[in-house]
Design a protein around this ligand. Structure first.
Ligand code: AAO
Length: 467
């Protein structure tokens, strides 16, 4: 069970959360840097965990592991058929071996838990051989366990301005579990506890916006002490359900962080980035997960993706250099079609080998694994983050397309996001004088009187850290 102070803080749910500070909630999870390994099979995750652990990455988020509908689209894994661990990513034994191997390398496994719904498909046979119907899943759920909102013509969510629709109608036509029912909560808890017994350290609660916090609370509060909970509650302008309503239950991804990164790099809306206003609309840093992109936003145009590899590289570095939130990296595959899943043999995702990757390429083939987490600058920036921890953000510099800042006395980061223009800058870095090596390209720079004088090329970036 979670400790008393955390449970006590749950009573704050009924209070306005605006005044909620970090002091009021327990911090059960000190780990800083995470990595979403999107659609990585368990055996490949296990193999990669040595590199990941050695690099200083603390946790990985893996794709949903439960039995799912069949098909080649990646999103079949978001339509559960049963909670047995038989999927295109691997089986139960492979899953357990993955969590153990990763733990041996100091890496926690966070599991994407799809608990809001089951399938949209009306009937079929799942990846583990289970026959199902949309409201009947043998041994798990039957008709009475689902919502029947009757608020829209097809029972699916049409209007995100209606909280009732969002939390009782079907997301994308997926049969919506009535998570207010104690037996449904028990079944979900059983699934999560099973994953914990196999070594999972925590969960991403998929589609958490569509489960009322008061339905999640009885499930989350019964998880073993130390279980990490991350909630997917997409911030939507003007919507009644917002991430702030879930802060007492765990960490939330701040979607405006990823959107602002795209505005800064791709649209070159510079002013906003260094303004105080940037974080006003964000979840408090202590409860936030920052990210450049996840598997949804790399497909829906809301974030930088592999199509702009240099921007992805610099934005990732900037995220790691910034104080805000707990950063989550993304490692995924290239695609042309939204639906396209990764390469498979016999309905199993093929093994992934990132060992030859050291940096971004200009372009990627369809279905090629990008291995973003192997990029040398990204790994060095993970170490930069460790070294500057606790240092204040100071010496912000902003001019045209150039933005720089110090982590006082410990590190300095500056970038020029222009595609075609270089800029001469002289900036105060707050760093002790001496020679520093740029973590992006090994070039050596002199700092004199705390100042760095440099011509910053188009798409240039410099990160310096005190060793
Ligand atoms: C597939 C097909 C569908 C088909 C369905 C059923 O693509 O055409 O209807 O099967 O047969 C994944 C895939 C889906 C896939 C699904 C099921 O992404 O393509 O559907 O598996 O296999 C909402 C939810 C959020 C959800 C997101 C997709 O709130 O939880 O929709 N994400 C998670 C996963 C995701 C997964 C599921 C949930 C389902 O990460 O991968 O789906 O398990 C607004 C709202 C958001 C809302 C979006 C949806 O966002 O705020 O809450 O997300 O709309 O479009 C501006 C606005 C912002 C708005 C945003 C839209 O920024 O400010 O409010 O634009 O992008």
């Amino acid at each position: 069970m979670r400790s008393v102070s955390f449970l006590a803080s749950l009573s704050l749910l009924s209070m306005p959360l605006v005044g909620c500070t970090a002091e009021q909630v327990e911090q059960p999870f000190d780990e800083q840097v995470g990595l979403q390994l999107f659609m990585w099979p368990w055996e490949s995750v296990a193999k990669e965990c040595e590199f990941i652990g050695d690099s200083g990455i603390d946790w990985v988020l893996v794709s949903p592991p439960q039995e799912h509908i069949t098909g080649s689209a990646w999103w079949t894994v978001y339509q559960p058929v049963s909670y047995q661990l038989e999927s295109r990513l691997g089986n139960r034994e492979q899953f357990e071996n993955m969590t153990k191997t990763c733990a041996d390398h100091g890496v926690d496994v966070i599991v994407d838990a799809v608990i809001n719904h089951m399938t949209a498909q009306y009937s079929g046979v799942g990846s583990g051989g289970t026959s199902f119907e949309k409201f009947s899943y043998p041994g798990l759920y039957s008709m009475d366990d689902f919502h029947n909102c009757q608020l829209t013509y097809d029972n699916s969510i049409q209007n995100y301005a209606s909280a009732e629709e969002v939390q009782t109608c079907e997301l994308l036509g997926l049969s919506d579990l009535n998570t207010s029912l104690p037996n449904v909560q028990e079944t979900i808890l059983g699934y999560l506890n099973d994953l914990i017994s196999l070594g999972a350290k925590g969960f991403r609660i998929d589609a958490a916006k569509h489960i009322a916090p008061e339905d999640l609370q009885p499930i989350i509060s019964k998880l073993p002490e130390g279980t990490v909970v991350m909630l997917e509650v997409i911030r939507g302008a003007g919507e009644p359900i917002q991430p702030e309503q879930y802060l007492e239950l765990g960490y939330v991804w701040e979607f405006d962080y990823a959107r602002n990164m795209k505005s800064f790099f791709v649209d070159q809306v510079i002013g906003y980035v260094d303004s105080e206003a940037r974080y006003i609309s964000h979840a408090p840093s202590e409860r936030a997960l920052s990210f450049v992109s996840n598997h949804d936003t790399e497909r829906n145009g809301q974030a930088i993706n592999f199509g702009d590899p240099r921007y992805f590289e610099i934005a990732t570095a900037m995220m790691l250099a910034e104080e805000y939130g707990r950063p989550m990296l993304l490692s995924s595959y290239a695609f042309i079609e939204y639906d396209a899943g990764p390469a498979e043999v016999d309905s199993k995702v093929s093994p992934i080998d990132c060992s030859q990757v050291t940096g971004p390429k200009e372009t990627y083939e369809d279905k090629e694994w990008i291995c973003q987490h192997r990029w040398a600058s990204t790994i060095r920036m993970v170490q930069f983050r460790d070294k500057v921890q606790g240092a204040a953000t100071t010496n912000i510099y902003q001019n045209e397309t150039v933005y720089g800042f110090a982590r006082e006395g410990k590190g300095y980061f500056i970038t020029n996001v222009s595609l075609d223009q270089s800029f001469d800058v002289e900036v105060d870095t707050s760093l002790p004088d001496g020679e520093y090596t740029n973590l992006f390209d090994d070039q050596v720079y002199q700092i004199q009187n705390g100042k760095l004088q440099v011509s910053l090329p188009a798409l240039g970036a410099i990160a310096l850290v005190v060793n």
